[in-house]
Design a protein. Structure first.
Length: 367
């Protein structure tokens, strides 16, 4: 008998402990396998965007590790900023920042590796500001690396102590953080590609000086609008505008002053146009305005406001005040029109406007 128990009873107790330990280990391995399967479903889902995947990973980690608080953070210098968070009481808001040294993640940054504490109050870091201020007893965090540079951390914590973390726990949180790093890089690459695509599209469709659409883009718009006219009988009007005495403006005051006048027109016309109107730089000092589902009366009213606003604009060449004016020709689209025939009528009307003394609007009827 040993301490009141027979030898056989002692063996049975040890055997039971071994069986229980093996069962716990098997259960933990199974839970890890389930977590890996869940991670695969999350990261491969086409129905989830980046933010939704992060949210799902935070929930997965919180449940698996038994740590109800999950944070995806970004770290810049000594500032720790929450990007996304999971909290039982929704007490953490994205965009909230802390001094890095006041968080357990400072240990992750210092070690450049996974760090975990399962009972801070019984450890040698119980004086840490994070424990003193927030009372977090347990923590498990991993660095997030993007293209070889530290981005932030993925971390989970709890105000209650937890079981000691296993090697599987450490590898799993490292895997979570690794996926996040690759996903962040992928999002950044996609953003860069989209920015480049938009820039190329802008260069292909916009005039570099004024920022208005260019002639090629307007030609495509005119073709589409003429198709709508033929198919549905939708009326539209084009206005061809030309600065009066523009060559003299360039000759007398320089091309910079001429460019300044063109930019002023772009600013004024863009401010007055409707959402459906399209304005393009058609030639050197010529502009074409497409006004869908508009009749002659509505177009004349808009164009008169435009010419008045340009004429009344505060425009100077050095200390000298100058007055700008426009001659405008109006063309009303007909079902049998082509782009060339429609613009040609507007061009003839604009020429008639100049012949009539400039600073006027003329409409050319179909011959």
């Amino acid at each position: 008998m040993v301490n009141g128990a027979t030898f056989g009873e002692t063996m049975n107790t040890e055997q039971k402990g071994a069986v229980t330990g093996a069962a716990n280990e098997t259960a933990h391995q199974k839970a890890t396998e389930n977590a890996l399967s869940a991670l695969h479903r999350i990261t491969s889902s086409r129905d989830l965007n980046f933010e939704q995947r992060v949210d799902a990973i935070l929930k997965l980690g919180a449940g698996h590790f038994g740590l109800p608080i999950g944070i995806f953070s970004k770290i810049i210098d000594d500032q720790y900023e929450i990007q996304q968070a999971l909290h039982p009481e929704n007490a953490l808001t994205p965009g909230t920042s802390f001094e890095l040294g006041n968080t357990y993640c400072a240990h992750v940054v210092q070690a450049d590796d996974v760090c975990g504490f399962h009972h801070v109050g019984e450890s040698d870091i119980k004086t840490h500001p994070c424990y003193q201020n927030f009372g977090l007893e347990a923590y498990l965090g991993a660095p997030i690396m993007v293209d070889g540079e530290r981005y932030g951390t993925l971390n989970f914590s709890s105000p209650q102590p937890t079981r000691p973390f296993t090697g599987e726990d450490i590898e799993l949180v490292r895997l979570f953080a690794s996926w996040l790093g690759h996903a962040i890089a992928r999002v950044a690459d996609l953003h860069a590609l989209e920015t480049a695509r938009k820039e190329l599209e802008h260069l292909a469709t916009r005039d570099s000086l004024t920022g208005l659409y260019n002639r090629r883009y307007m030609q495509d718009c005119l073709k589409s609008e003429l198709e709508r006219t033929k198919r549905y009988g939708k009326q539209f009007v084009v206005g061809l505008l030309d600065f009066d005495n523009f060559k003299k403006l360039n000759d007398d005051y320089g091309h910079d002053t001429g460019d300044k006048a063109l930019k002023l027109f772009a600013k004024v016309s863009s401010a007055l146009m409707r959402d459906t109107d399209i304005i393009a730089r058609w030639g050197n000092e010529e502009f074409l305005i497409l006004m869908p589902e508009t009749g002659a009366a509505g177009a004349l009213k808009y164009l008169q406001r435009l010419t008045d606003r340009v004429r009344e604009s505060d425009f100077h060449a050095g200390d000298e005040e100058l007055q700008l004016s426009l001659s405008i020709g109006l063309g009303i689209a007909e079902p049998d029109d082509t782009v060339d025939s429609l613009v040609a009528r507007a061009d003839i009307a604009m020429y008639e406007s100049k012949q009539a003394g400039r600073d006027t609007i003329r409409q050319r009827e179909l011959d």
